[in-house]
Design a protein around this ligand. Sequence first.
Ligand SMILES: Nc1ncnc2c1ncn2[C@@H]1O[C@H](COP(=O)(O)OP(=O)(O)OP(=O)(O)O)[C@@H](O)[C@H]1O
Length: 663
Amino acid sequence: MDLQATKIKLNVSKLVVGVTSIVSLFEFFVLPESNSIDITLIFHHIQLFFTLALALKPYFLPKSYEARVSAGICVLLVLIDLPLDLYQQVLNKRVVDSMTFTSSVTNNTDNDESHTDTKIELNFANFRWELLLFAAFLDLTSHYGISHNVRTYLWRNVESDSAGRLQVEIYTKLQHQSVRWHLEEGTGGRLTKLQSASSDFTYFLRKMLLKVIPEWLYLFVSIAHLAIRYPWRITCIVLLTTGFLVIAKFLLSLWKSSFEKINKKDSKAKMKKSVDALLNYETVKYFCKERYEVDRFKEAFQESILIKFNSKFASTTSWFLENVVRTVGQTAAKMWCYWMVLGDSGLTLGDYVMLEAFFWSTYEPFESMSWMYEWGQKVIINAADVADLLELTPEICDDPNAPNLEVAEGEVRFENVSFSYVPEREVLSEISFRVEAGKTMALVGPTGSGKSTVMKLIFRLYNSSSGRILIDNQDVTKVTQASLRGAIGVVPQDCVLFDDTITNNIKYGKSTDEMSQITQDDVQHAAKCACIHDAILEFPDKYDSKVGERGLKLSGGEKQRIAIARTVLKNPPILILDEATSALDTKTERKIQSVIKNICKNRTSLIVAHRLSTITHADEIIVLKAGRIVESGSHEALLEKGGEYASMWLEQLEKKDHETVTS
Ligand SMILES: Nc1ncnc2c1ncn2[C@@H]1O[C@H](COP(=O)(O)OP(=O)(O)OP(=O)(O)O)[C@@H](O)[C@H]1O
């Protein structure tokens, strides 16, 4: 692809030099300084288009047999339509000629001089009905007739094959990107943008293949026919007009787009903020910012309307100017033709009618030219994002031939693990610990000390910068992600649920293969273990209640318990609980703690907790501070030591005493 891209680059560079000088002249005379045209950018876009087309080739070329046959028939129909369209014009000419009779009449003037006049009379004696009917038949079958319908029908096979494949590939790529990538890119809006970009790209290619290219081919074939069949002067006029039109259309399109460029970005950004404000409706309400947001929307909307109408005005002006060029050229050609028909050039009225129709048909390719320019720009910019994504290798990927993780005991070991989210700041430094199989280990420490990060590394959401993480002596980076994550159950700090029923959210804990085998009893059993069953029965639709976007229809505690139920259902050998009960009241927390103790029994468990009273039962407690282990041991041992843990414990006891006294 690189070699082809370089070739394209070279050819485009040559073109740039030529066209830049013409455009500079146009810019100098016509455009205000602020609207100057970046011609190198336009050629960069053309180059990008071909590079992108090469990169996306595997996706837009049909793969299935049905799609390939359909694409082949479509192209064949387009090629057959070309000569048929031209032949239709010839037939029309012959029909007109069959009903006219041209004669020369010699007149004597007063000065005894004589001159010859051409007289055209109607004569239906030789009228060719059969040609008229054949022309009508071609009209109904070729190009815009049945052929058009057949092409549109068949093309859906091609598009569902290629665009469908591309969209699934985009979605797959997004799903496999790392957590870091999702955090940085903001996936939701991007998915919509990328999917519409891919369908725009396939739509553009379809239009090019089935409409724009055939129209231009038709124009060239018609001009060739004109040059062979008619006097060279007419061909010259048509070529000159065509040339003028191409240049005028190109320059006017640039002029038009320079209007659109102004403030478009700014206005788009403002409109985006308005949408953002609508999505964050809760924050808007908390800060009483409705009026402020409405004003911002009003400003953005008015700006976008102005831009729209400025560009509409530019469109109509450019359309008018194109019309002037075309009308002048065509009228000159028609006049010439008219004199020739009246003279003794051998041209007939049928020729005049045919040329007139031909002039009209030359209009379409020029229309598609401006469409091509406008759409091309849009498509290229968006398709570049698609191509970038498709080439992106996920930060976390399995080694080729990586084996599955085999969990026999479930021992977890950290060996000198260091980690940074960004190079400038190390979040974990030289962490080493061992959680024996079936034991419970708790991680405590001040906020931001790196507790959740330890959990994320076990789950391999990130790779550690140095050191090793081992499960039953197998390095987590050397085994498949699916087997690793299948062996670990996690209740995260922020439990986000899907906008689906409670049942489906709990079922999500099981692997894809097992999901269909889960019964409602299994779901209810898990919910009972997580102490949420009774609360669910209070909801109007019980287990079929929808939890709303990101589970917003549920309280924090309810969400956490559904997440626990999900993990209970998964029944993994290793369990990670990251502040799993932080959103619960003391009574429910106490209840669920006994459940958690039960769940943790006989499986390796890692618990992150702020409330130390919830982890006193842990076999080992590790105290993290600024990414380093400062203490470790059992609850009693750490209290006896009188260090960091003991002071945290005392602090929490005092707080609790104070709360009891004040309440
Ligand atoms: N995606 C991220 N990119 C950059 N820095 C991050 C990211 N996630 C966390 N951090 C930083 O890493 C540090 C450790 O975060 P971590 O979430 O592990 O802390 P924690 O001990 O679990 O805190 P808390 O008890 O408040 O949940 C924090 O300073 C945090 O700002």
